[in-house]
Design a binder for this molecule. Structure first.
Ligand SMILES: NC(=O)c1ccc[n+]([C@@H]2O[C@H](COP(=O)([O-])OP(=O)(O)OC[C@H]3O[C@@H](n4cnc5c(N)ncnc54)[C@H](OP(=O)(O)O)[C@@H]3O)[C@@H](O)[C@H]2O)c1
Length: 343
């Protein structure tokens, strides 16, 4: 399930020649409301690529940043957003070891919010027989991000206390699910009782409402001062108290900044407690750590096939309402994953 982040050529709005499909198009960088549903040239698979009829696509926070032109990479407009999908193979390019009719899921940089999409065969995985396509679409990015962080970067072991910030969001709930599956103890931190209740249902042993409680103090109390790893996809004002709550020698893993600001951490905190601060970025992790990445993907694929983990889908939208789905994510409303039902 190696996920390659290919930059597709942008899909221009074309009415002049060739078959057309319905697709969401970002014509200019801006807010979710600026994306439109339009007719776009059907993509043609090249060598090593699959043409997939998209049944479901999942929304990730980076999609909101990409359409705003605020992500680490900039896709030239016009382009079709959407970075993970599941569907049926319609055609396979030369050297792509899949056959028409097979159900696959995978990730790409853009192009998933459309009736048809291209997937690099190297990033495609067969959907297990007993898994539905929405779950498969929602599994790739956040679970892979969370698992690399927990398994390879944090080296989480059974009984370790793992603190997860934004624990009811996409990356956050994936981290909760996977840490629980690994036998770790999870302290879930989020901003509302509803979000914390979901985390508890998914197996978190302890919860903290970090908008109403003292995050550092609660981490220390609830873990008996033994929090070993912090998983942080949120940033902003939540990072420093979480780092302060770590036990001596703990590991703080920074994954993203959904809160909208990148925190500056006083380095003396790191020095005094012997803390390790690590970053993990899904697009570069496999290239930098190929052995660990391959092992993690193998283990994740097995967990998904066995049904050990299944993403929680908190909201679903039709393709025509993709702008509303992106707005929903941007406004911090997500519980687990948001899925676009395409077909
Ligand atoms: N490192 C990587 O490779 C990698 C991969 C995928 C995603 N990411 C990054 O990880 C972050 C989370 O992505 P995601 O898909 O999990 O997003 P998500 O589902 O929207 O979850 C983000 C969480 O952040 C919290 N949050 C706090 N302030 C927020 C704000 N002002 N606006 C929105 N959310 C806010 C929310 O939880 P509360 O309401 O409980 O605070 C929300 O549940 C993003 O920054 C994304 O770019 C990184």
């Amino acid at each position: 399930m190696a996920i390659l982040w290919t930059t597709f050529p942008p899909f221009p709005l074309r009415r002049d020649r060739g078959p057309l499909m319905r697709a969401v198009v970002c014509r200019a960088y801006g807010p979710p409301e600026d994306v439109v549903l339009g007719d776009v040239a059907e993509p043609v698979p090249g060598p090593g690529q699959l043409l997939v009829r998209v049944h479901a696509a999942a929304v990730n926070f980076p999609d909101v940043l990409l359409i705003a032109g605020k992500y680490q990479i900039r896709i030239p407009v016009p382009f079709t957003p959407g970075s993970e999908l599941a569907g049926e193979v319609l055609a396979a390019g030369a050297g792509a070891p899949f056959a028409p009719g097979q159900r696959v899921f995978g990730a790409t940089a853009v192009g998933a919010f459309a009736e048809l999409a291209l997937l690099d065969a190297a990033s495609a995985t067969l959907v297990p027989d007993d898994a539905d396509l929405a779950s498969a679409a929602a599994f790739g990015v956040t679970y892979r991000t969370a698992y690399h962080a927990l398994r390879s970067v944090g080296q989480v072991s059974e009984r370790d206390w793992v603190v997860v910030l934004g624990a009811a969001g996409g990356v956050g709930l994936a981290a909760v699910d996977l840490a629980v599956a690994m036998g770790a103890r999870v302290l879930a931190a989020a901003s509302s009782p509803e979000k914390l209740e979901l985390c508890a249902q998914r197996g978190a042993q302890a919860t903290v409402d970090y908008d109403r409680q003292d995050l550092k103090a609660r981490i220390r109390e609830l873990t008996d001062d033994s929090a070993r790893v912090v998983i942080d996809p949120v940033g902003g004002r939540y990072s420093e108290p979480a780092l302060r709550g770590l036990a001596r020698g703990g590991t703080f893993i920074t994954l993203g900044y959904a809160a909208g600001s990148i925190p500056a951490i006083p380095l003396n905190l790191v020095l005094l407690k012997g803390i390790t601060v690590r970053g993990m970025e899904i697009r570069t992790f496999a290239a930098d750590h190929p052995v660990e990445a391959a092992r993690d993907l193998d283990e994740l694929t097995q967990m998904f096939a066995a049904g050990t983990v299944r993403p929680y889908i908190g909201a679903r939208f039709p393709l025509a309402d993709t702008a509303a789905a992106l707005r929903y994510v941007a406004e911090r409303k997500v519980l687990g994953k948001v899925v676009i039902d395409v077909f």
